[in-house]
Design a protein around this ligand. Sequence first.
Ligand code: NAD
Ligand code: TYD
Length: 354
Amino acid sequence: MTLLVTGGAGFIGSNFVLDWLARSDEPVVNLDLLTYAGNLRNLGPLQGDARHVFVQGDICDRALVDRLLAEHRPRALVHFAAESHVDRSILGPGAFVRTNVEGTFTLLEGARTHWSALAEAERAAFRFLHVSTDEVYGSLAPDAPAFTEAHPYEPSSPYSASKAASDHLVRAWHHTYGLPVLTTNCSNNYGPYQFPEKLIPLVIANALAGQPLPVYGDGMQVRDWLYVGDHCSAIRAVLARGGAGQTYNIGGWNEQPNIEIVHTICALLDELRPRAEGPHARLVTHVSDRPGHDRRYAIDARKIERELGWRPAETFASGIRRTVQWYLEHAGWVAEVQSGSYRDWVAANYEQRR
Ligand code: NAD
Ligand code: TYD
């Protein structure tokens, strides 16, 4: 038995692969293009481990996808690979349509061909697990109920629109061809190995460097935050027990405005790494807002709890403390990913917001 994982050198994918192989001897074939967001250092603990086969390649490459499926005959495909950052999708949407839509289409077609040729029992057991986001549902009014799996799709950024398109393709491949798919729509993740373009690692890294902490607009946009290890355990539960064709929302029951997240990180750093110049919160700087910025996301995660018995293990207080500690202990990892093209990104995204 083998899993084919895509995007397993990125933030969530690498956490998933590390957690998977810490719990199971089932091998993982990891297909990742190593874009700016992919980093083999995340998988350092697996060096020399024969259970992990890394393949650098593109999910849009049908011949490569076919070869990997034929060679390794995985019992499931767990699909993380994506362009994942909203601000990058605003400045350059083309890569999002290519990887998120065309890449998912390519994997679905490869998986369909592979699955159709399997023996009856293997066909019944096969799973295509598509990892998606709560952003496909669009923005919620302040007092609206949280997103259920039945919430209409109303994506508003090029990122969320490309993920919504990929979710629709996955659903159609189930309805039309019977491919046994699973879809997960998760809220904002945080934790080790997150690239410091996203809010939480960016704020930690900037605060440690004594640089401004850029808060878009009034900072009252609300997100639900989930520790990445909890997302990984939810995906394992869906893979093991989820019903073919089903969708599961995954969330942390932890809605907070961005400005509160930033202040929590500042308070933790004041405790763990006090600054001679005064509290870290002095670095908070309001900058111009993200165009089309969604005001609120909230996840109703009762279905996965009721049907699969999953609940997050971390609270936000415990998860954010572990995360800040991880970044304090991994200054070398941060320095490495902040070199090179990261600087061009910071200049492109933040200079226009001053
Ligand atoms: P990430 O940007 O950290 O990692 C993406 C990975 O995909 C990288 O390793 C990259 O090299 C790889 N990749 C990109 N294009 C590729 C291609 N064409 N072929 C092969 N590999 C390619 O992303 P992440 O935050 O780990 O997110 C993983 C998945 O989870 C994405 O599908 C994302 O939409 C979804 N998701 C993320 C969050 C979050 O908060 N980060 C929340 C919910 C859902
Ligand atoms: P982000 O981590 O980019 O995730 P997403 O856009 O997928 O939710 O952003 C989380 C929230 O933080 C979002 O409302 C935008 C905001 N944000 C800032 O205020 N400043 C920043 O520098 C970044 C990157 C994000």
